[in-house]
Write a protein that binds this ligand. Structure first.
Ligand code: SR1
Ligand code: MG
Length: 421
């Protein structure tokens, strides 16, 4: 294989059988391999390939946005950035991402571990099923990548090289800059929302000058704060789970960005999932219990992030920032703790803003979430979406004043009773 060509279930065995890694991992004659295209994301082809020895996943970038079609061309380089993010995430957070078995840059394809019996988190959530220690695992993952890929830990020459490398992910950053931070706040062509039900609140948000200023402050942070390696698209569709195992996939939007970005997007998605629950679980008691669990997951995500970040601050702060020579080595341990508190406070403020804009763009922009979109009746869907829109606005506008996670959970609970307006 040399020049790029999209795979098909028919051509895949013939084209990949000559790769020893694939042939060995799958096993048996290629003509007997089972091949299924299962991609349900917005961008790529994804194949499950099975044989006598095992099963692998093959993900291949398409030269356009799958969600929209070939009217929106998109470069193939995202596979390169996904591959580079996966191998770094494995280094700083071992065992959390699928193992990469092979990468072919020309074909824009990655062969990786088949996660089984894992399913996409949002599908589990829509069935009302819990995952043990979900928030704890996600908080630790976000803290480890945030800390270990930053100047707090990484040798600065490697960190600068990575900033340069990921700064090439221009097209996918442009998608985020446009679809997340700009389009939802004006009548952009690709937007859609539940209409006419949400027309009033949509107009309110688009006329809210203070909100639009804050959102642009957040966009500036996204583009300018090259602090650490971000997954770039951390939502409940980028996480695969069983009842007690959590794995993270799909970092093709990877970039060097703010430490609060991934965890903020994730918390925004947990809060939207919380609002969507009544449409997926009809029994009142079960619905309340599941909503309470989702809020506990949200709490654990932040508290585990902060705890892990503090531990890494104390034990792995070997980079150029806040060097021990200025604090611990001079007996100024409490100043080091204060500095860590102040960094965490900045991450917290950013996180709240990113959570809020994510809650807006998934309801007003091009790319929605299944938690809301599978609610067929617009009369049922719109009021739930409106709760997320209003909570999103509060998070963005009050991000400097919301002191702690309990306040966020209180606002989420209040939005269930109409108390957040
Ligand atoms: C055109 S891509 C739209 C969205 O899909 C991806 O999953 C990202 O979330 C992106 O914003
Ligand atoms: Mg994705």
């Amino acid at each position: 294989m040399s020049s790029y060509e999209p795979l098909t279930p028919e051509s895949l065995p013939r084209r990949l059988a000559s790769l020893p890694t694939v042939a060995d991992a799958v096993g048996g004659p290629p003509e007997n391999w089972s091949v299924q295209e299962v991609g349900d994301g917005n961008l790529n082809l994804v194949f499950i390939v099975g044989g006598t020895s095992g099963t692998v996943i093959i993900k291949q970038a398409l030269p356009y946005v799958r969600l929209v079609g070939d009217s929106w061309p998109l470069g193939l380089q995202r596979a390169f950035f996904e591959y580079n993010a996966l191998i770094r995430q494995e280094t700083v957070s071992a065992g959390v991402v699928p193992a990469v078995l092979h990468f072919d840059e020309a074909q824009a394809l990655i062969v990786m571990e088949y996660l089984t019996p894992h399913i996409i988190l949002r599908n589990k959530m829509m069935k009302g099923e819990q995952v043990t220690a979900l928030g704890e695992e996600m908080g630790v993952f976000c803290a480890r990548t945030a800390f270990r890929c930053s100047d707090l830990h990484m040798p600065t020459e490697r960190k600068k090289a990575d900033v340069a490398l990921f700064s090439g992910n221009v097209e996918l950053c442009d998608i985020t800059e446009t679809l997340v931070f700009t389009d939802p706040y004006f009548d952009a062509e690709m937007n859609r929302h539940t209409t006419p039900h949400l027309d009033g609140i949509v107009a309110e948000l688009r006329n809210d000058a203070a909100l639009k200023i804050e959102v642009q402050h957040l966009k500036r942070a996204f583009t300018a704060k090259a602090e650490t390696l971000c997954h770039g698209d951390l939502h409940t569709g980028s996480i695969m789970v069983t009842g007690d195992s959590v794995r993270i996939i799909d970092p093709e939007f990877a970039l060097y960005g703010p430490m609060g970005f991934d965890i903020g997007m994730l918390i925004g998605n947990f809060l939207m999932a919380h609002h969507a629950v009544p449409a997926h679980i009809s029994d009142r008691a079960a619905c309340s219990a599941y909503q309470a669990w989702l809020l506990e997951v949200t709490r654990a995500t932040w508290t585990s992030f902060a705890t892990e970040f503090r531990t890494l601050w104390a034990t792995e702060r070997n980079g150029i920032l806040y060097p021990k020579s200025l604090y611990e080595d001079q007996g100024h341990d409490s100043a080091s703790i204060r500095a860590c508190d102040e960094v965490l406070a900045e991450i917290w403020t950013d996180l709240l803003g990113f959570a809020g804009v994510e809650m807006h763009r998934r309801i007003l922009g091009l790319a929605h979430i299944a938690e809301f979109d599978t609610i067929e009746d617009p009369d049922q869907r719109a009021p739930l979406e409106e709760k997320s829109l209003r909570l999103g606005r509060e998070l963005v506008l009050n991000r400097r004043r919301i002191a702690d996670i309990d306040t966020v959970l209180g606002l989420a609970r209040a939005s269930e009773t109409g108390g957040s307006r």
